[in-house]
Write a protein that binds this ligand. Sequence first.
Ligand SMILES: [Zn+2]
Length: 105
Amino acid sequence: MSGGEVEAIVVTRYRCAYCRRSWSKRPRTAEHAAKCWLNPDARSCGTCTNYHPGYDGGWDEPGAPSLCSEGLPVWITPDGYTDLRVHPRGCPSWSPAPLPPSEEE
Ligand SMILES: [Zn+2]
């Protein structure tokens, strides 16, 4: 590569204030943010004090499944992983977690 002209361009993107994902279109971003799993208004497991994430086991310990201290079902993918992004929204037992999970990139 040599001799080609290069121009700098500045691009505006829109970012979800909760999970920091970004999109090129504001309406798409607003649509996402309204139901983002980290938006407290969504009342999803990701921001709830009742949610306890599980963890994978190792060779000498079994690990633990994700669970809800209110005994409500916690969504788990067919291969056994918890995916907070698809957790139910609008939970009646939702209670704000003291510190929301940080997704800084
Ligand atoms: Zn988001």
